[in-house]
Design a protein around this ligand. Structure first.
Ligand code: AMP
Ligand code: TRP
Length: 333
């Protein structure tokens, strides 16, 4: 039996928004007392789409500051940036020989991100789910907290682990389980059918963990809605994706169930609901955003955390890689 171990990753590709926080990072914090945990700032994933070398370091520091400001214990947990542990890339190669092309061809995120010009997407963007499987399996992680957009990638990691175990006739990798919050696919504030995303061209589509109170107020005020009153039952939300999303955000940010939030605002004006939602978000974000700003200024502290984390991650991952070399008959000396 493997002991329970969490692994998760966040890409340093832009500013962290409440989708990342409510979908993933808050779960990292909630689970940290129950599991050993490893969190990676996955810079090798980020470069599957071109990143400016001049800003990637500060993006890494930004993600780390959000982790710490959100309450992740950087002494207990292992927190590091992926490229400082080269074993991730090595295991990605080994597992790339287990993963099947047909499996990768089914990945919807690749289809979405590559768009119509698929021939021109990077090979890295295509094989990205294999690197993600390697991230998890390198530590034999058993639980993976992620937003539900990553569910398919996690299923692929399980398929790869299973095929590897069958091919080498050994129970080597545990099959990692997703850990997901209910109702926390957070959608764009401008379009309730599109995921809130770091790369959306409209900054009004997302609320950042560094937004100040006025930013939050304006973004919620300008968020797309309709002209009806607030619904009194859940089924009335099928045709109202934007209101449904704002209710999900309210529920996730306040900790109240969605049913209770619906009851509380039933038949009231949307403007009243928006005003309360603004307060809930300010309560959540204000303390974190000031802590993020304080931490980001202390580069030597942040680098020290990353250095300690990568040393610990390296010593765990070299063990897995040597076991694999032996198992696969690769290393003679
Ligand atoms: P990324 O920014 O793509 O590295 O995502 C980091 C984590 O945030 C992953 O676990 C994602 O599943 C999660 N995430 C990203 N966007 C959203 C969203 N709009 N709603 C919920 N979770 C999200
Ligand atoms: N692919 C994830 C995302 O875009 C980030 C990620 C990389 C990840 N490796 C991981 C998440 C391993 C969980 C486990 O959000």
């Amino acid at each position: 039996m493997n002991k329970k171990l969490i692994f998760s990753g966040v890409q340093p590709t832009g500013e962290i928004h409440i989708g990342n926080y409510l979908g993933a990072i808050s779960q990292f914090v909630d689970n940290q007392d129950n599991y050993e945990s490893i969190y990676s700032i996955v810079d090798l994933h980020a470069i599957t789409v071109w990143q400016d070398p001049k800003i990637i370091q500060s993006q890494i520091h930004h993600v780390l500051s959000v982790f710490i400001a959100a309450g992740l214990n950087y002494e207990k947990n292992i927190i590091f940036n992926q490229s400082s542990v080269p074993q991730h890339a090595e295991l990605a190669w080994l597992l790339g020989c287990t993963a099947r092309i047909g499996w990768l061809n089914r990945m919807t995120q690749f289809k979405d991100k590559a768009g119509k010009n698929r021939e021109n997407a990077s090979v890295g963007l295509y094989t990205y789910p294999v690197l993600m499987a390697a991230d998890i399996l390198l530590y034999k992680a058993t639980h993976v907290p992620v937003g539900d957009d990553q569910k398919q990638h996690l299923e692929l990691a399980r398929d790869i682990a299973h095929k590897f175990n069958v091919d080498y006739e050994i129970d080597f990798f545990p099959l990692p389980e997703p850990v997901m919050n209910k109702n926390t696919r957070i959608m764009s504030l401008r379009d309730g059918t599109k995921k809130m995303s770091k790369s959306d061209t409209s900054s009004y589509s997302r609320i950042l963990m560094t937004d100040n109170n006025d930013d939050i107020k304006t973004k919620i005020k300008k968020s797309k809605t309709d002209s009806m009153k607030m619904p009194s039952i859940d089924s009335a939300l099928d045709e109202r994706p934007e209101i449904s999303n704002l209710l999900n955000i309210f529920s996730a940010a306040s900790g109240e169930s969605k049913e209770d939030v619906i009851k509380k605002f039933a038949e009231r004006e949307i403007s009243e609901f928006k005003s309360d939602l603004t307060d809930v978000l300010i309560n959540l974000i204000e303390p974190m955003s000031s802590e993020i700003k304080r931490l980001i200024a202390d580069k030597s502290f942040l680098n020290e955390v990353l250095k300690k984390g990568s040393d610990r991650a390296k010593s765990l991952s070299t063990v897995t890689i040597s076991e694999l070399h032996k198992l696969m008959g690769l290393k003679i000396l």
